[in-house]
Each structure stands twice: as structure tokens, then as C-alpha cells.
Design a binder for this molecule. Structure first.
Ligand SMILES: C[S@@+](CC[C@H](N)C(=O)[O-])C[C@H]1O[C@@H](n2cnc3c(N)ncnc32)[C@H](O)[C@@H]1O
Length: 291
């Protein structure tokens, strides 16, 4: 793939002021549900893991900091948690708002708070709609955090955002955050076929490009192509591109500990299982307890 294609971090034709909202053209938002696949099937993979950890720690109020179309938030609402959902993309939030409206007769959904907010300004944004709110848990799942690229080449914005997650947690609160296994993706130049999150029932091709700047992997571009079926007309294809910062496990682990001033209990899981049980996971999940 030509380098100039890698550098187009979103669909062409969209006015670009960086890649802050990679969903702004609506392309990925429109097909996100299709990509996720059956929502019960998707959340079945980690419903017990997530709600088990949250319940074990007595968490009640949870902030979904990258709610997207609302898939994880709805799972947590169904499990009885109070959920506040935020996302920076109005194109994604639109789907969560619609889901809330459709289920508004269920009191749990009626009380579901959905607001636009960005990790860069999270404490201030939360303060504007829920003054003095602190959460028992913050989740940032589905490889969301890697959407934040490294424009200054020193990861300062990523560090600030992780600190913001820690700030909105109560003492004893949990941050549950994940990322793809970028170590393996950088080594192989490919995205693992198996995924704990996505159960699309159509064939999905993910073209992987790794951009190395001054010897350091700085960006992974994934070009998703979802075909309606093997023999369908090629115009029925859904295509979108998302770019990610390739967080390596060791570095990201350190950055997380630092965001909590090293006053935390940090556990790492591989595809929602103990780390030593999965040899080449698709995802790493970090559970941070703020001490
Ligand atoms: C891969 S989607 C995942 C959504 C959902 N958690 C899921 O798994 O389906 C990533 C989400 O992160 C959001 N996001 C990216 N950067 C953000 C930021 N700086 N602040 C808040 N949300 C952000 C995007 O708008 C997008 O909805």
C-alpha cells in the first residue's frame, strides 16, 4: 500500500483538522452494529468477566468513557449498574441516544445518562453535566483508547487522558481499559483473525498498515471491508478506515501505573482470561484499582 494512503487517516473528502473524531464522516458509525454482530453474542464473551469484577468490587456507578453506539453501556444497564456514557463522536452517540429512546419505558434506560465528552477534558466535561460526580468504575473498551494518536511524539496527551480517567474515579475505584495486541501486530504486520469483541456475520477483511517513524511504530491503519456475502455485488461493501496508536504492552503498563502515581493495583488479562492462559491474545485488558 502506498505511503500516501496510510497518511490519509480518515476518508478522503472530509475536511480534516486532525483525526480527533475518526467517525465524523459517519461511515464507521453507520456500519458499527453490523461489524459488532449480534450484541448478545458479543457481550456474552465478557459479560461475566466485566460484571463479575465490577460486582466483586461493589461498583454501582460506572462511566463508559468510549460508549460509541452504547453496546457495553447497555450490557451494564441490563446487569443493574447505573451508567453514565460519554463519547467524543456525535455520529456514534446518535446511535446510543436512539437506543435509549427506544427502551425509555424501562426505568433503567430512562435514567441512563448519555453526554458528549472528550478524554482530554473529561473532569471538566463531566462536571458540566454531573457536578462533583465521581465513579466507582471507568471503562474504556473495544480498543478505543488507541484511537488517540501521538501528535507531539511524546505521548503527553495519552498520559493526560489516563490521568483524567484516574481523576474521575473514587478512591478504591476501577479503571478497565484495553488495547489490541499491538506487539504481535507490529511483528506480523497483520491483525489477528479472531476477536473477542466482533462477531460480524459477514466476511470482514482487515488490511493492516504499520507506519514506522524514525524507527518507531507510530501508527497502525486498519482498513475494514465488510462484504454482505461472498457472492454479493462489490458495491454493497462497507468500507472504513480507523487509525490507532500501537500501544506496546510494557510501555502502556508503565504509563498506566504512572497515571495513578503508582498508587494502584494493576492486573492484566489476555482476552478476558488470566495472562498465562493465552499465548497470543488479540487483546490485553488492564484492570487498575485506585488506592
Ligand atoms: C472502537 S469505538 C468503540 C466503541 C464501543 N466501546 C465499542 O466497543 O463498540 C471507539 C470510540 O472511542 C471514541 N473516542 C475516540 N477518541 C475519543 C476521545 N478523545 N474522547 C472520547 N471518546 C473518544 C470514538 O468516538 C468511538 O466511539
Amino acid at each position: 500500500m502506498a505511503a500516501d494512503k496510510v497518511f490519509h487517516s480518515r476518508s478522503q473528502g472530509i475536511p480534516s483538522e486532525g483525526v480527533k473524531d475518526q467517525y465524523a464522516d459517519g461511515k464507521a458509525a453507520r456500519v458499527w452494529k453490523k461489524y459488532i454482530g449480534d450484541s448478545n453474542q458479543r457481550t456474552k464473551n465478557y459479560r461475566d468477566f466485566l460484571s463479575g469484577i465490577l460486582k466483586k468490587h461493589g461498583c454501582v456507578r460506572v462511566l463508559d468513557a468510549a460508549c460509541g453506539t452504547g453496546i457495553d453501556s447497555m450490557m451494564l444497564l441490563d446487569e443493574g449498574f447505573q451508567v453514565v456514557s460519554v463519547d467524543a463522536s456525535d455520529k456514534m452517540l446518535k446511535h446510543a441516544l436512539k437506543a435509549r429512546w427506544e427502551k425509555r419505558k424501562d426505568p433503567r434506560y430512562d435514567e441512563w445518562v448519555i453526554e458528549e465528552a472528550s478524554w482530554e477534558t473529561l473532569p471538566k466535561d463531566v462536571e458540566s453535566f454531573l457536578p462533583k460526580a465521581r465513579f466507582d468504575a471507568v471503562i474504556c473498551l473495544g480498543n478505543s483508547f488507541a484511537h488517540l494518536l501521538d501528535e507531539f511524539e511524546d505521548q503527553r496527551t495519552q498520559r493526560m487522558c489516563l490521568e483524567n480517567f484516574a481523576k474521575v474515579l473514587k478512591p478504591g475505584g476501577l479503571l478497565i481499559i484495553d488495547h489490541r495486541n499491538y506487539d504481535a501486530m507490529i511483528d506480523s504486520g497483520a491483525t489477528p483473525g479472531h476477536s473477542i469483541y466482533y462477531n460480524c456475520s459477514y466476511p470482514v477483511d482487515i488490511k493492516t498498515s504499520v507506519l514506522v517513524v524514525r524507527g518507531k511504530p507510530e501508527l497502525v491503519a486498519l482498513d475494514y471491508c465488510i462484504m454482505p456475502s461472498d457472492d454479493a455485488d462489490s458495491t454493497d461493501r462497507s468500507e472504513f478506515r480507523l487509525c490507532y496508536y500501537p500501544h506496546k504492552l510494557e510501555r502502556f503498563t508503565k504509563m498506566l501505573d504512572e497515571a495513578f502515581n503508582n498508587r494502584c493495583k494493576h492486573s492484566i488479562y489476555a482476552d478476558f482470561q488470566p495472562l498465562d492462559r493465552v499465548s497470543n491474545p488479540a487483546y490485553y485488558i488492564h484492570v487498575m484499582e485506585k488506592l
